[in-house]
Ligand binder design. Structure first.
Ligand code: FES
Length: 327
């Protein structure tokens, strides 16, 4: 591209809109305003967990529950994938919730209302299958969501959507302790029955979400469909139990992501006998088919150069290497 030429490219594909923009200065004020994504609200929800409302009208217009965005603070920033916690089509805002887990999310904490993200790409991934089902069929199902930690954030828009469409669903939401619980009031307003759990017993049911499900089942409560979102280890154990109980279970996978468009291979998973990429084939999958042990091992390996080289060898043609970090 000749020096000085800038570009902004938006591709609408199905319900996905991909936004690509050049980095650096943009001397047209109108476009400058268009490609920046201001934070209109910031709130601390719990220790190291923050909520932000970000003005991103086009993402807000097209997003659906289950999808995610990739944000970038500035030209030096890392791409950070974040699930969509809520959206307001009228106000043109997206609500994101994030936990500080590394240098990039620590930097994000420094942003305040009035600051802006340079890139806010989305909506990415496939919407939840539930929103395509016939509403009357959904109403006949006994649906349960199990949310762990910040997994409560992506569960919330799905429960809210079902509630708005007259579909009942129960929610088990848990965290390590009372201080780490988020969005309890919001969830209580949309869930039919809300069961809160803490690992240390400081609030609600003493134990994990899996233990709470077992307790409900022992009391005679039955479910046809479960959606579990949280740490991989939690989803693994939920799926182990729901398989025994015969409850169809969907999980939302959160492997390492780089480009979010299926090009880099970072988010590779094995689901049944197939290789899938969470960013374009998911993030939701049949939990009883996901190879969690492989996904967790891969998550660790991908963090080091040596691990990525090993993955390249093990995964052959299905390891894209498009991220440029392992070629
Ligand atoms: Fe999914 Fe790159 S993040 S292929």
């Amino acid at each position: 591209m000749p020096a000085g030429v800038k570009f902004m490219f938006r591709l609408l594909c199905g319900s996905n809109m991909f936004v690509f923009s050049s980095e650096g200065d943009w001397d047209n004020t109108e476009y400058e305003e268009e490609i920046m994504y201001p934070i209109v609200k910031k709130e601390k929800l719990a220790d190291k967990i923050y909520l932000m409302d970000v003005k991103a009208p086009r993402v807000a217009q097209y997003c659906e529950p289950g999808q995610f965005v990739i944000v970038k603070m500035d030209e030096h920033g890392e791409r950070i994938p974040l699930t969509i916690c809520d959206y307001d089509r009228e106000a043109g805002t997206i609500t994101i919730v994030f936990q500080t887990v590394g240098a990039s999310t620590e930097r994000m904490v420094a942003l305040e209302a009035g600051d802006a993200f340079e890139d806010f790409v989305g909506p990415l991934g496939c919407p939840s299958d539930l929103i395509d089902e016939d509403i009357e069929t959904l109403k006949k199902k006994k649906i349960l969501f199990i949310a762990g930690g910040v997994g409560t954030a992506p569960v919330y828009p799905q429960v809210k959507w079902l509630h708005e469409h007259g579909v009942d669903c129960d929610v088990i939401m848990g965290s390590r302790n009372k201080d780490l619980l988020i969005l309890e009031d919001e969830m209580r307003a949309v869930a039919t029955n809300l069961y809160v759990t803490t690992d240390d017993g400081s609030y609600g049911f003493h134990g994990t979400g899996t233990a709470q499900l077992q307790a409900l089942w022992d009391e005679g409560v039955r479910y046809d469909h479960c959606v579990a979102i949280g740490p991989m280890i939690m989803m693994k154990f939920v799926c182990k139990l729901t398989k025994e109980l015969g409850i169809h279970t969907i999980v939302s996978m959160n492997p390492i992501m780089v480009d979010g468009t299926g090009m880099c291979g970072a988010c590779r998973l094995v689901v049944g006998d197939e290789v899938k990429f969470a960013c374009v084939d998911g993030p939701e999958f049949d939990g009883h088919l996901v190879d969690f042990d492989q996904a967790m091992k891969r998550q660790q390996q991908y963090k080091t150069e040596e691990g990525r080289a090993m993955l390249k060898q093990q995964e052959g043609d299905t390891h894209h290497g498009g991220c440029g970090q392992c070629s």
